[in-house]
Ligand binder design. Sequence first.
Ligand SMILES: [Mg+2]
Length: 271
Amino acid sequence: MTTHLYALDFDGVLCDSCGESATSALKAAKIRWPELFERMDSSVDEWIIDQMHILRPVVETGYENLLLVRLLMEIRFPPIRRSSVSSSAGLTVEMILENWAELKPGLMKDWKEESEPLVNLFGKVRDEWIDKDLAGWIGANRLYPGIADALKFASSELYIVTTKQSRFADALLQQLAGITLPPHRIYGLGSGPKVQVLKQIQRKPEHKGLSFHFVEDRLKTLKNVVQEPELDGWNIYLCNWGYNTANERIEAESIPRIQLLEISDFSKKLK
Ligand SMILES: [Mg+2]
């Protein structure tokens, strides 16, 4: 008999979409700032994509990937530097990882960029990729090891709670895991803040008496859950394989409500 309900974040918990978002950002950056990429060969593309994997935890909204691509380019090639941030001596990927929130406004100002056009461009590039080459786009994503089977054989009630568009999460689950969740099981972009979604799930009459679990890779989101008295009954987990930093995992350990979760334990729990 089912007694457990799991609400699962998608990117960074089930799916490693970092290759996809980094590739989309690189495509978009080449459209936005073509002059930066003149005379660059494809080894630079590879280097950028590698660095973007390290920097993925700092990304809150997709367009920030574009800013990171440009900053990486400026770090690597001093002649194209147009920001005091990239011009400061010795800026490293590790420094970006720890200080992104402080660095970002200065970069936007120095580069004379606004978020909205970048958001739109990033969305457009991704949509075009999906339209023209769905198989290629899906192939740029991967599920973390063991996730497909864990979902397939889960005896718990499963919900997906993500900021991704539902149709993309659905397509990826079908293609990469071979599972189809009913649409009402996927709360995607536009469903409102995750805290509200968890309340909605909890309030459903058919869920009375279940024990609730929420698995997420973003510490900020879990801290929001901790602050909601109505969600006191939820077990909440920070997964240690997704997009968070070592410092965030250390911070999570100091918050009694939050449990750190390893991927092998996660698969066992869903059974
Ligand atoms: Mg996530």
